[in-house]
Design a protein around this ligand. Structure first.
Ligand SMILES: Nc1ncnc2c1ncn2[C@@H]1O[C@H](COP(=O)(O)OP(=O)(O)O)[C@@H](O)[C@H]1O
Ligand SMILES: [Mg+2]
Length: 364
């Protein structure tokens, strides 16, 4: 449905989108996830045709969007600021696009009422924007964008201005609408939980470039870069050097000792990052074969049914451990963190910052 091919965008010397390539499939809910300033809005504005790429091209259904007038495009956008006309009723706001297209009055009436029903605003036709809550205004903006039956809907942090409870509710509603109408959604957010819960696929963006594209489960369970591992959810990240390889077992020297992972395609002395999610982390009161890291239990807290603990290693690194509540760890006692080697994600790092961090381990 949307093909973004080797797109670059610079504002003067500021290179804000870097060689970005991404395909969005028909009927898909794809989210671009990244922190503020990484180039998400710029990317979306280029897909909408509001901005031109410095190089590269963007196709919607095989056609270059740049060659079409805005009203010819099958793409609509919903922004964080709903930008409703203050003097227009809900009905007129939603009807606006159809009036411009000279759709017969009777058909407009039917379609607007249907659409308002769909976004759960039945009965709100005569209200003015000032008489609506934030969530209701955003629903009007969504109805207004959907009524033209766009092939692609672009949504730029559309729930960003809503409070947490309403945001959660709207997340579910948006997902339901998208499935019901079978419209391709290209969604932008900096909220990883939102991305994980709504998307068919997530494209993680960092500093203008794509880091990883995949299903939520793949992004969470098999991050391919240090950035993705730390940006999505909580993790324990170790940086080190491969010291031994036996079958699928990889022994890794890190600053605080030796740890195990499992995987293929690694070489001795190769620098490597190891990501272990808190819920995969285990501990023992006696050393475990293959692991030589040890630490002191610093704190534990109950969060509902989950027990979260922190173990401080000898080099000061804080290991996060999360278990379904059960036996408590010995506070201030010595424990040996470990994990099933298959539960560790081994990452070939790409960034320079990483290489300098591991230099001292390599020297040791
Ligand atoms: N019209 C513009 N002129 C100059 N710089 C811009 C313009 N729009 C965005 N930028 C810069 O591009 C970078 C990415 O911005 P943006 O795409 O809005 O990020 P995000 O939406 O991920 O927060 C920022 O450094 C921003 O200052
Ligand atoms: Mg933005």
């Amino acid at each position: 449905m949307v093909q973004i091919r080797n797109v670059n965008k610079s504002y003067g010397s500021n290179h804000v989108v870097k060689n970005l390539s991404l395909d969005v499939y028909e009927g898909e809910f794809l989210t671009i996830l990244g922190s503020s300033g990484c180039g998400k809005t710029t990317t979306l504005r280029m897909v909408a045709g509001f901005e031109q790429p410095t190089s590269g091209e963007i196709l919607v259904q095989g056609e270059n969007i740049a060659n079409k007038e805005p009203y010819e495009r099958d793409v609509n956008t919903v922004f964080q600021s709903y930008a409703l006309f203050p003097h227009m009723t809900v009905f007129d706001s939603v009807a606006y696009g159809l009036k411009m297209k000279k759709v017969p009055k009777k058909e407009i009436h039917t379609r607007v009422l249907e659409m308002l029903e769909l976004v759960q605003l039945g009965g709100f036709e005569k209200r003015m924007p000032a008489q609506l809550s934030g969530g209701q205004k955003q629903r009007v903006a969504i109805a207004r964008a959907l009524i033209n039956h766009p092939k692609v809907l672009l949504l730029d942090e559309p729930l960003g201005a809503l409070d947490l409870k309403l945001r959660k509710q709207m997340q579910l509603e948006l997902k339901r609408l998208q499935q019901k109408l079978n419209i391709t959604f290209l969604y932008v957010t900096h909220d990883q939980e939102e991305a994980l819960s709504m998307s068919d696929r997530i494209a993680v963006m960092h500093d203008g470039a794509l880091e990883q594209v995949g299903k939520p489960k793949e992004i969470y369970e098999a991050p391919q870069s240090k950035f993705v591992a730390t940006f999505i959810g909580e993790t324990n990240l170790f940086e080190g050097v491969v010291r031994g390889l036996r079958d699928h077992l990889v022994s890794i020297a890190v600053e605080s000792g030796t740890i195990l992972g499992s995987g293929e395609g690694f070489a001795e002395n190769e620098m490597i990052a190891v990501s272990v999610r808190p819920e995969r982390m285990q501990y023992s009161l006696t050393p475990v074969e293959g692991f030589t890291i040890e630490g002191i239990v610093k704190e534990q807290v109950y969060v509902g049914s989950v027990l979260k603990s922190i173990i401080v290693l000898q080099n000061g690194y804080e290991v996060k451990l999360e278990r379904l509540a059960g036996e408590m760890l010995p506070i201030n006692g010595t424990v040996y963190p470990y994990w099933e080697p298959k539960d560790a994600r081994l990452i070939h790092p790409r960034d320079q910052e990483f290489f300098s961090a591991v230099e001292n381990v390599k020297m040791a």
